[in-house]
Write a protein that binds this ligand. Structure first.
Ligand code: AMP
Ligand code: MG
Length: 352
């Protein structure tokens, strides 16, 4: 969206922190009111909403850079586009070795760490499996692969843990390994957009990629409030508050699925069985970064009853899970954040 089209509202002034010598300068800055600017961009198959409290010029520059960034990112980080991840997959298949751009390599190293910490519940090496189920394409009708294909998958040992990452160089001896960053890339994109806002000096912001989000600072002088979506009904299960810099990501079985004879075939697969996970309806994780929150939400969704242990291992201190029967469980840290006030007082809904 062009900056000129950004919707604006007069709202918050955040000048309370002016102290000492800096006070005069900050007060001068405050004379020029910070306003709320919002942009909506379509990327990675979803709407990305950016809301910032800033000057008009700053918002305009940020939105332009954000759009350029997302246009590149959605190609480079999607395995079925013609970008960097597709190139890496081709090179790994052809020679068992590929060199990644530094930012991609850093994300792959972090993804590998989280694959090991989650004991393979989150594992971006599911690319070939995702493709066999037909979840890679918005146009394909998802359907179970033939039993022989699932057997072959289970025997393949495909895992990001089986890829050695030495700086920016990836090596594997596994044939046919295909990386799919679908469970972590949105987290990386949200992190980079929040960092971009920070570099523009913005202190209060919300980046929301289709219900997966991260905040900076506060909203009108109080913490940002997130409503956690009920996976089977309109409305929310509860409202929680986020601290400066925190991310909230949700994995759910209600975003992409087909109903086959009463069984819900959806896009989150257990790498160990090759099948869609049936034990969970939704998981929301709050963490210090989008990358960790995104990967952890997928990991805990797959972990099933074992989710408390895996949550500790991946560093998902605040997490909420809805199981197959609709029972809601939350970690102590998530329960502490629940705002007891009215259920319908939230700024944005966290959803899959
Ligand atoms: P999310 O919505 O973040 O849980 O990510 C789901 C997407 O990640 C799917 O559409 C697949 O592309 C991919 N995926 C599915 N299952 C897994 C898994 N167990 N580990 C890593 N990625 C997965
Ligand atoms: Mg995820």
């Amino acid at each position: 969206m062009k900056a000129a089209q950004a919707r604006t509202k007069r709202l918050l002034i955040r000048c309370g922190a002016a102290v000492g010598i800096a006070a005069a300068l900050l007060t001068a800055g405050c004379a020029e009111r910070l306003r709320l600017f919002e942009a909506r961009l379509y990327a990675m198959g979803t709407w990305v909403d950016i809301a910032v409290f800033s000057s008009e010029d700053t918002a305009a520059r940020l939105f332009e850079e954000a759009e350029a960034f997302l246009r590149r990112f959605e190609v480079d980080y999607y395995a079925w586009a013609d970008g960097e991840l597709a190139r890496i997959n081709r090179e790994l298949a052809a020679r068992g070795e590929a060199t990644a751009e530094p930012a991609m390599a850093a994300l792959l190293r972090e993804a590998r760490r989280l694959t090991i910490a989650s004991e393979g519940a989150f594992d971006p090496a599911v690319g070939a499996l995702v493709e066999q189920w037909g979840f890679h394409s918005a146009f394909a009708e998802p359907a179970p692969p033939p039993p022989e294909a699932l057997d072959a998958w289970r025997r393949s040992g495909a895992s990001l843990a089986a890829v050695e990452i030495d700086g920016v160089v990836l090596r594997t001896t596994l044939p046919g390994l295909k990386l799919d960053l679908g469970a972590i890339a949105k987290g990386a994109a949200v992190d980079r957009l929040v960092e971009l806002a920070g570099r523009h000096g913005i202190r209060d912001a919300l980046v929301n990629a289709g219900g997966d989000l991260r905040v900076l600072g506060r909203h009108r002088g109080r913490p940002w409030r997130i409503g956690i979506k009920d996976p089977r009904a309109d409305g929310v299960l509860g409202v929680v508050e986020l601290e400066d810099g925190e991310a909230a990501f949700t994995s759910g079985d209600y975003e992409r699925f087909v109903d086959r004879g009463g069984r819900r075939l959806h896009h989150i697969l257990d790498p160990r069985t090759g099948l869609p996970v049936e034990a969970t309806r939704a998981v929301t994780v709050i963490a210090q970064s989008g990358v960790v929150a995104d990967a952890a939400a997928t990991a805990l969704f797959v972990a099933g009853d074992d989710w408390h242990r895996i949550a500790r291992q991946v560093g998902a201190e605040a997490a909420l899970r809805v199981d197959a029967e609709g029972e809601i469980e939350a970690t102590e840290s998530m329960r502490r954040r629940l705002v007891s006030a009215s259920k319908d007082e939230w700024d944005v809904i966290a959803e899959s």
